[in-house]
Design a protein. Structure first.
Length: 203
């Protein structure tokens, strides 16, 4: 029987333990989340395409096994790079063929490129409880030039964890970003988990 990892994600603490979880999960991740009707990658892609030319350069941050890159391709985006800190997941993403380039990410320097190198950053399920800290939202915006976009999802666990919604409120309140889109909908519908999908513009 294939082991299940989803429920473990929200009880895992510390970066080392989180990394190990995703290393162990790499081989069965697509199958497991697919069985739950994983909808956030498609919803993020459909939100972003409303605001961005299809030939714009996009960084799929924390691309995992490449499900979000595949979703971006499906709505017509043509120039997508991916970054991921777990090599085992990065290899899965490579096999999908959705990306122009793939990079192994650095936790200490998550956006290690010149500001404005990308017109948009996607972070599907990455800035979230059991994944990456809320501070990644501000760091991602600072990696964009004026009018650059960041598209990300917060599932119910993140929405109920105060630092994550607070991070959105803070970047809007201090004038770093403008909210172009926010919509609640399916995340893992067969597990009755929803998510907010956001698109913010760097000011």
């Amino acid at each position: 029987m294939t082991p299940k990892f989803f429920d473990r994600a929200y009880g895992t603490e510390g970066q080392e333990a989180t990394n190990q979880l995703y290393i162990d999960w790499a081989d069965s991740y697509d199958e497991e989340v697919g069985s739950y009707g994983y909808a956030s990658p498609r919803r993020c892609a459909e939100a972003l395409v409303q605001f961005l030319p299809k030939d714009a350069e996009i960084l799929d941050f924390g691309c995992g096994t490449g499900l979000s890159g595949k979703a971006l391709r499906s709505v017509g985006f043509t120039t997508i790079d991916g970054s991921e800190i777990v090599p085992e997941m990065l290899e899965k993403a490579r096999a999908i063929g959705a990306y122009r380039a793939l990079y192994e990410g650095d936790i200490e320097h998550p956006f290690d490129f010149d500001p404005g190198a990308y017109a948009a950053i996607t972070a599907v399920g990455v800035i979230s409880s059991g994944a990456g800290p809320a501070s990644l939202l501000r760091e991602g915006l600072l990696a964009l030039k004026k009018d650059g976009l960041i598209c990300f999802s917060y599932n119910d666990h993140a929405l109920e964890d105060p630092p994550y919604p607070q991070a959105v409120e803070d970047v809007l309140a201090d004038g770093l970003a403008e909210q172009l889109f926010c919509e609640y909908g399916d995340h893992l519908p067969t597990k009755n988990v929803g998510s907010n999908v956001y698109v913010l513009k760097r000011l």
